[in-house]
Design a protein. Structure first.
Length: 287
């Protein structure tokens, strides 16, 4: 069932668990995430970066594919299709294609311009019926070409953006996209606690969910994080499983060259990773 992220995250915040956002790249990814959500009776958010939307053929292709999977695979759990780190222009295109949720990443603008553009997108969200995520303080690492330096967000700025009527707020608290470096100092729970104190019931979003230790994830959920983005980890497990297929030369046996066979281990690896995250985030049986 295609829904916005608003209700599912409000319920998650009240219930002290988080909903996973799993970024998709193609049919296998989308089907793996949706089937795992259905099997585990978990709400789910499909994240689509601008680069991934372009790769898949465009925003309309993504919506056509996901809507088709929901219908033909009998997916009844709540599913949001969410633009991840959208530019202003990308947000407009995703909106036209019918995305149910949009992250407008105005973190690279000065705060005044971030506010003005976020306001405009919030108004469009209310009119057209999609949920909106905003970001304060850029999140470190490279997210599909969007490079951030890993700032710690200013809680007062978070409050200003939250008051614009966004449905969820991403704030930099030392989290990083991609793999975490050896010398990573961990999440800033002091900052998270201050942000939560100022923003109240607003669901907070943790980007860069790959490789954050489980204790930190659970502490973050306790402090108001209701959505956790996972992207790199599915890429790593998919690619590792696919590599084994070739290393074992399974492609040379019988019809092992059939792409449906080649992609099967990676598909299963995504399913296993998604399930593991849903357990960690506490979203199983919360649909
Ligand atoms: Zn992100």
């Amino acid at each position: 069932m295609l829904v916005t992220a608003k209700e599912m995250l409000k319920t998650a915040k009240e219930g002290k668990y988080a909903v996973g956002q799993f970024n998709i790249n193609n049919l296998e990814w989308s089907k793996a995430v949706l089937l795992t959500a259905q099997e585990n009776n978990s709400p789910v958010i499909l994240g689509v970066s601008e680069g991934a939307a372009k790769y898949m053929g465009g925003y309309n292709v993504v919506m056509g594919m996901v809507k088709g999977l929901i219908k033909d695979q009998g997916i009844t759990v709540p599913v949001a299709v969410h633009l991840d780190h959208g530019s202003y222009e990308g947000s407009m295109k995703a909106m036209e294609a019918g995305f149910s949720s949009i992250m407008f990443d105005g973190s690279h603008y000065a705060i005044d311009e971030n506010i003005a553009k976020t306001k405009e997108i919030v108004a469009l969200g209310k009119e057209k019926g999609f949920s909106v995520e905003a970001e304060v303080g850029s999140i470190g690492g490279d997210e599909d070409g969007v490079v951030g330096s890993g700032e710690i967000a200013d809680p007062a700025e978070c409050k200003m953006i939250a008051d614009l009527g966004v449905d969820m707020l991403a704030a930099g608290i030392g989290n990083i996209h991609g793999k975490y470096p050896e010398n990573w100092t961990g999440l800033s729970f002091d900052t998270l606690a201050k942000i939560q104190q100022l923003t109240g019931v607003m669901p907070l979003v943790l980007h860069g969910g790959t490789g954050i230790p489980i204790e930190m994830i659970q502490e973050a959920i306790t402090l108001g994080v209701s959505k956790i983005n996972v992207n790199t980890e599915c890429q790593l497990t998919f690619t590792a499983a696919t590599r084994i297929y070739f290393e074992e030369k399974k492609d040379l046996v019988g019809k092992g060259f059939d792409p449906r066979k080649v992609l099967a281990p990676g598909f299963q690896a995504i399913k296993d990773t998604v399930k593991e995250k849903m357990e960690m985030f506490g979203s199983i049986d919360k649909a």
